[in-house]
Design a protein around this ligand. Structure first.
Ligand code: F6P
Length: 344
């Protein structure tokens, strides 16, 4: 009987449990394989005894809609350079062999995929990757699960902030996640009707923001919503990490002391909670394709959405480069066409 392991690594994202559920229902329920969950990412592989749990279809009740990951996760911990200063990668291979686990489905972002790729190349651990991140910045796939749920969270927040900003004639700055890419800000901002969207790919200039606020005031709209991606930065000057939204507030307040302005940081609200329907479907397709790749012994591949189809791509390709917003692309053009100010 075939026996696989499965783990989740890096920051969580809505849909992780839906991938696990799909792999269990298909791999165990339909194919009759054994599937062992490895807890807390690579921590579970390095602990002795390994932290493992047998996954069966009966234990999948409610997983489709459940946020987080039942296996636990961490973004600290690389078997090649562990916290104790040692390299545990070879031990991982030996222990998996001893347990009869022939390969591991690794669900994670770019950092996790890099470790999986290295485990396969240097230690011969057979792996299949499944891409996850709310940031949607993995190069090899058109979309990662978790992204659309994060965008929904931003849109919902903007709907709520719209009414209070309008009531008080205020400017509300909303800082969102995205790491070095502006996808969450751009898509969430468009969906929530933001007046200004600032993304790392387009450095902002305070004069352009002021001009937009002024234009709105002249149109009888003395309130504004400004979405700021966490790595957005001004054209001139530096912004310390974690201060992207505050930097916009400070720049506007310095230029217009009378401006009534507030900052909201959405933070981990964007990662928690249930995956939306789109992410549930994508996660299910990814989980099923991961099992298909293992069935075909296509180790060293990552599942990816390419032109509407879920396929396998080499892990090495998947870890090569991260994606950022195409500033000359159609989505940015659409934002501009409906009057959104992008700051630069
Ligand atoms: O990569 C996902 C992400 O949520 C980023 O958008 C954000 O910068 C980062 O993780 C936050 O990570 P942590 O879990 O360390 O707070």
């Amino acid at each position: 009987m075939r026996h696989l392991g499965i783990l989740t690594g890096g920051g969580d994202a809505p849909g992780l449990n839906a991938v696990i559920r799909a792999a269990v229902k298909y791999g165990v329920g339909q194919k009759g394989w054994l599937l062992t969950g490895i807890e807390d990412a690579f921590d579970g592989l390095i602990a002795r005894p390994m932290r493992l749990r047998r996954l069966v279809p009966r234990s999948c009740g409610g997983l489709l809609q459940r946020g987080g990951t039942i296996l636990g996760t961490t973004n600290r911990g690389d078997p090649f350079a562990w916290r104790d200063g040692k390299n545990h990668a070879h031990d991982v291979r030996v222990e998996l062999d001893r347990l009869g686990i022939e390969g591991v489905i690794v669900i994670g972002g770019d950092g996790t995929m890099r470790i999986a790729d290295r485990l396969m190349r240097e230690e011969g651990v057979p792996v299949i990757g499944v891409p996850k991140t709310i940031d949607n910045d993995l190069g090899a796939t058109d979309q990662t699960f978790g992204f659309q749920s994060a965008v929904d969270c931003v849109a919902d927040a903007l709907d709520r902030l719209h009414t209070t900003a309008e009531s008080h004639d205020r400017c509300i700055v909303v800082e969102v996640m995205g790491r070095d890419a502006g996808f969450i800000a751009l898509h969430g901002g468009i969906a929530g009707g933001a007046d200004v969207i600032l993304i790392p790919e387009i450095p902002w200039q305070v004069d352009r923001l002021r001009a937009k606020l002024e234009q709105r005031r002249n149109l009888g709209r003395p309130f504004s919503l400004i979405v700021v991606s966490e790595a957005a930065r001004p054209l001139h000057g530096e912004v310390p990490k974690g201060r992207a939204g505050q930097a916009v507030v400070d720049a506007l307040q310095a230029a217009e002391p009378e401006l009534d302005i507030r900052l909201t940081i959405l933070g981990h609200l964007q990662r928690g909670g249930s995956p939306n329907a789109t992410d549930r479907v994508l996660a299910t397709r990814f989980g099923v394709t991961a099992i298909d790749l293992a069935a075909a012994d296509r180790w060293g591949q990552m599942v990816a959405l390419r032109n509407g189809r879920v396929v396998g791509v080499p892990l090495a390709e998947a870890v090569r480069a991260n994606r950022v917003v195409d500033v000359d692309g159609e989505v940015v053009a659409a934002a501009r066409a409906v009057g959104v100010e992008l700051g630069g």
